[in-house]
Each structure stands twice: as structure tokens, then as C-alpha cells.
Design a protein around this ligand. Structure first.
Ligand SMILES: [Zn+2]
Length: 148
């Protein structure tokens, strides 16, 4: 086994919870629960082409997800259901990086039908893309408590 490998995005089965659906919400498209989702369940995998840091920096875009080891996933494909999960300053989900450079968006608590999924995009993204237009997650534009 080499120390570096490319992840074949064409053959790997992607995880998406059966109780999730992309819907138009109060703030544009989002991902919503159509049934109960248990704490610690995978809501959706955030997947796409894996880029080096250099490739990611030159390509740019709003759907880059940084991985450990100076890599990033470009999740811009509409087939990547997880890209519809909006930022939340008090999120009910969190991203977890697993082996083989995969990101799973996981429920932090039991989620009830009708709830919108959200996770914290991180301070860098928030400062750059969300703060300037005003956060619409319900925080009143202030961001997560621990950043104030
Ligand atoms: Zn917010």
C-alpha cells in the first residue's frame, strides 16, 4: 500500500439517510428530515472530487470541504446531497472525517421530522461568506456563542 491514494468517486456507494430530502425552506434550498433521524446516524456523505491544497486554491468555489493532510473535497455536484445542508450556528449535525478521506455529516442529537439539517461551516468560511451577507440561521447574525 502506498501512502497516497485516489478515491474512486465512480464506484463507491454514497451514504444518504432514507429520511432526508432537499426542499425549499425559508432561506432557499436546504436539507430536511422527512422522518426521524437518530443521534449519531449518518445524514449524508459529503463527497466529490478530491483535490490537493494547490488545486483547491486555484479552483476555488463555495463547495470545497477541507480535509486533513492538505486536501479538499469539491462537493459542487448536485448529486452530492450534503451540499444542500446549510450552515447553522447552533447545529444539529457535525461533519466527521473518516478513513479514506471521506466526510460524513452526522446527527448530533435525535432529529424530528420536518427539521432542517445544519452544521457549523467553521469560522473561516463564516467570516468570508456568511458574515458579510448576514447569517440567516436564527443567530441574529452574531455567529456561534463561542466566537463572540
Ligand atoms: Zn448563524
Amino acid at each position: 500500500m502506498g501512502t497516497s491514494y485516489r478515491y474512486d468517486t465512480t464506484i463507491m456507494k454514497r451514504q444518504v439517510h432514507k429520511n432526508v430530502k432537499v426542499k425549499r425552506g425559508a432561506h432557499g434550498l436546504g436539507l430536511f428530515a422527512t422522518g426521524p433521524v437518530k443521534k449519531a446516524a449518518v445524514v449524508a456523505e459529503y463527497w466529490g472530487e478530491i483535490l490537493t491544497e494547490e488545486e483547491a486554491n486555484s479552483r476555488g468555489g463555495k463547495y470545497l470541504f477541507e480535509l486533513e493532510k492538505q486536501k479538499a473535497i469539491d462537493g459542487k455536484s448536485r448529486k452530492n446531497v450534503a451540499r444542500y445542508i446549510n450552515h447553522s450556528c447552533s447545529p444539529n449535525c457535525e461533519p466527521q472525517e473518516h478513513e479514506k478521506q471521506r466526510i460524513f455529516i452526522v446527527a448530533k442529537r435525535d432529529i424530528t421530522p420536518g427539521e432542517e439539517f445544519g452544521y457549523n461551516y467553521g469560522k473561516e468560511y463564516w467570516d468570508k461568506h456568511i458574515k458579510p451577507i448576514g447569517c440567516r440561521c436564527g443567530c441574529g447574525g452574531k455567529g456561534p456563542k463561542r466566537w463572540r
